[in-house]
Design a protein around this ligand. Structure first.
Ligand code: 4NP
Length: 155
């Protein structure tokens, strides 16, 4: 079983989208018994909250239902997961700041490292912008999740 954890700041926009898109692709590929997904935020502001309404609407437009409730990333996630996918560089730094001994550095990757079509290095934070930002997150995550699925299958 390969365990994937998607991490953003609030765990109400980008990382729940990544988790649910990835689950969709895993199901489509018939690999639900081999790969599992979860998501978390580096911040605690939205612990227990459902996904952002604007994010859920953008996901629904592309056939994805956003399920889940916010939770904060914690140190024992380093042990519990095989791969930890940070949505942007700030998330990446904040995750690794909890790995004092540098033991888990290889497990932590930037989500956009797995993009196949898009050239962006980060999934932009859509929280304070307009609806097009949320649509862009979904497009970008479909691309990155596709690449990530190929990576997991071949490793
Ligand atoms: P996320 O988006 O990190 O993709 O879940 C955000 C959610 C909440 C806030 C910022 C970004 N916030 O400042 O509350």
């Amino acid at each position: 079983m390969t365990k994937l954890l998607f991490v953003c700041l609030g765990n109400i926009c980008r990382s729940p989208s990544a988790e649910n898109i990835m689950n969709h692709l895993i199901k489509q590929a018939g690999l639900s018994d081999r790969i599992t997904c979860d998501s978390a935020g580096t911040a605690s502001y939205h612990v227990g909250s459902p996904p952002d309404r604007r994010m859920a609407a953008a996901a629904k437009n592309q056939g994805i239902e956003l399920l889940g409730a916010g939770r904060q990333f914690q140190r024992n996630d380093f042990e519990s997961f095989d791969l930890i996918l940070a949505m942007d560089r700030e998330n990446y730094r904040n995750i690794l700041a909890l790995d004092n001994a540098g033991k888990y550095k290889e497990k932590v990757r930037l989500m956009c490292d797995f993009c196949q079509k898009y050239d962006l290095k980060e999934v932009p934070d859509p929280y304070y912008g307009g609806p097009e930002g949320f649509d862009r997150v979904i497009d970008l995550l479909f691309d990155a999740c596709g690449g990530l699925l190929e990576y997991v299958i071949s490793h």
